[in-house]
Design a protein around this ligand. Sequence first.
Ligand code: G3P
Length: 220
Amino acid sequence: MELFLDTAEVDEVREIASWGILDGVTTNPSLIKKSGRDFKTVVEEIANLCGGPISAEVTALDAEGMVKEGLDLKASLPENVIIKVPCTPEGLKATKELSDKGIGVNVTLIFTASQALMSAKAGAMYVSPFIGRIDDTGHNGMDLISDILQTWHNYPEIKTKVLAASIRHPTHVLECMRLGAHTVTMPTKIFRQLMKHPLTESGIERFLLDWAEVENAGNA
Ligand code: G3P
């Protein structure tokens, strides 16, 4: 299972990349805005810190504009940058054109299994269903992950990876692990939460206290 960081904060990428388990990074226009920094500079710095796929999102709404932006991003940024496009008919056209050129495409803002299937048919490398935003509407976002994976199971020729996005808490990640989602992208806070357990902390404390007693007794 691939673990991606969902951020445009370079320091966060540096921290999680240093753990040795970071497989990629997803950015979007809202995260870039939050960083307060220049889009391409941020993506370039991130791509130099993490060798996996780094999603950079286009903002054009027409296929021609998306392809133009995608090609420009590919030409000016490191090799591991892939292009994120929205799940619309124009996005499908752009996905087909970019993927036919060998460029990795992440189709984002997916809310139904049919959107995921059509994006896969257009050649997407990743499809990004937004779990948390479905939960926000009073439905169960995990059902969408399950539906998409069931579809993939029915059509084994599909090679597109299911990238669970809009992750809001560690349980979302655990559920994705159980269902077999290929990839999860999550904020830094959730990476930290996934590695934290009070029994790990109290266990370390106990071991250190006992070891101090061993050393004090001169038995070390
Ligand atoms: O990767 C997409 C993600 O950033 C959306 O998350 O929390 O804004 O729904 P959220």
